[in-house]
Design a protein around this ligand. Structure first.
Ligand code: PEP
Ligand code: CO
Length: 443
């Protein structure tokens, strides 16, 4: 294998990259980025890796979730806190039901770059470059907005820093105190069909917490506080490279823009630029896997991405769709098992279940999302493997983007609050209901 360096990906084919009108302007923005301080630390990254190793052994469970694409305009207090609240609430249900620690990882503070299936978009006879996420261009359908602008890389870094700053401040104060789950209540919780079950779980957890504290003497700061980690798709390789650094007293390079970067399904080519970049960084890395990969492909991929065969290093996020998972997953588990490489298995039941309604909304059905999850738990169990986590697109807000769930949202109801610019997310109630369903299926 050739030597790795943060720039070695540039010798390979990079799919899904923006084409900037001025190479000089791009270069200037990247030079500035490379001078700015890191967003996360190697200590946090190593701690996450240890926790992911525990999830691999079945001692912890990964809850990864957030927007398909964050928008710069979503960098606001209510949107960030609502997202943290729903992740906290789901994690409480999971801790209680699975009796395992939960590792909370947001698709947050940097989820700004999107792969697209088409390079252009046509509306009413006008064709423009596709929107590729706020890190690259603007969503508005006009020629100016769709031109990739490198200044957005600096704005994205700034938005990620502001978001993280707020998350860290909240986690350090009462917000993330396990004694006060009432701080996480979202206004509409009392009207939700899941309210009673959620309140029961909170009451039981609070009483076990009090019991444990009286047993061990109280005031244990680990119990008082919950932690959040960040993740995003490492798609824009120039951006990722600019934040890839060496740190004192540790060997190798860390991507210090996020704790857990992942490779999207469209950029998993073994000899492509993304796999090249990801194989050399010290972070734990995720990779999305779907239909169409041969056993040889998948074995080569896991060996390339976990070259030292470390635990807690490689997260395989399968996203087949509810119709295909039954055929595809058993073969994939078998191939990876044969490779002998350590991996953490996670199910993304969102991206294989996307469809469009007659009226043109991109949506997903709650029943299909749940079905893929349930099938995945069963298949892993049958094969003696562990499904150690879940990956969702969700929001803490009351949007109407996915069909179904306890409230029976139907096609006609989508238009009330359809807000996503890219993929449809579970709303607050649907996300809670999903956490309850996971608990029912996996115990
Ligand atoms: C995503 O996670 O938003 C995404 C594009 O997923 P995938 O790479 O699995 O298609
Ligand atoms: Co998506």
């Amino acid at each position: 294998m050739e030597q790795w360096h943060p720039t070695s990906w540039q010798q390979k084919r990079a799919l899904q990259q923006a084409i900037y009108p001025s190479a000089e302007a791009l270069h200037q923005a990247l030079e500035q980025l490379a001078e700015l301080p890191p967003l996360v630390t190697s200590w946090e990254i190593e701690s996450l890796k240890e926790q992911l190793a525990a999830a691999e052994r079945g001692e912890a469970f990964l809850l990864q979730g957030g927007d398909c694409a964050e928008n710069f305009s979503d960098c606001s207090s209510p949107i960030i806190t609502n997202k943290l609240k729903i992740l906290l609430q789901m994690s409480l249900l999971l801790i209680h039901g699975l009796n395992r620690r939960v590792i909370r990882v947001g698709r947050i503070a940097g989820q700004y770059a999107k792969p697209r299936s088409a390079d252009t978009e046509t509306r009413a006879g006008v064709t423009l470059p596709s929107y590729r996420g706020d890190l690259i261009n603007g969503p508005e359908f006009d020629a100016q907005s769709r031109i990739p602008d490198p200044v957005r890389l600096l704005r994205g870094y700034g938005r990620a820093a502001m978001t993280l700053n707020f998350i860290r401040a909240l986690s350090d104060c009462g917000f993330a105190d396990l004694h006060h789950p009432e701080y996480w209540n979202l206004d509409f919780v009392q009207h939700s069909p899941q309210a009673a079950e959620y309140r029961r779980v909170v009451a039981e957890l609070s009483s076990s917490l009090r019991f444990m504290e009286s047993l061990i003497g109280g005031g244990n700061s680990e119990l008082n506080r919950v932690r959040f980690f960040t993740s995003h798709e490492g798609l824009h390789l120039h951006y990722e490279q600019a934040l890839t650094r060496k740190v004192p007293n540790r060997s190798g390079y860390y991507n210090l823009s996020t704790h857990l970067p992942w490779i999207g399904f469209r950029t998993t080519a073994l000899n492509g630029a993304h796999v090249e970049y990801f194989r050399g960084i010290r972070n734990p890395v995720g990779v999305k896997l779907g239909t169409g990969l041969s056993s040889a492909d998948i074995q080569a991929l896991v060996e390339r991405l976990n070259p030292k065969n470390e635990s807690g290093k490689l997260i395989l996020i399968h996203r087949f769709g509810s119709d295909a998972v039954g055929d595809e997953l058993p073969r994939m588990l078998e191939s990876v098992h044969r490779s002998g490489i350590h991996v953490l298995w996670v199910c993304d039941p969102m991206h294989g279940n996307t469809e469009s309604t007659a009226s043109g909304y991109k949506t997903r059905r709650f029943s299909k999302i749940l079905s893929e999850l349930e099938q995945s738990f069963d298949i892993h169990r049958q094969q003696g493997s562990i499904l150690g986590g879940v990956h969702f697109e969700l929001t803490g807000d009351d949007v109407t983007e996915c069909i179904g769930g306890a409230r029976g949202l139907d096609e006609a109801g989508l238009e009330r609050a359809y807000k996503t610019q890219v993929d449809p997310r579970l709303n607050y109630e649907q996300a809670l209901e999903m956490a309850m369903a996971i608990v029912r299926r996996s115990v």
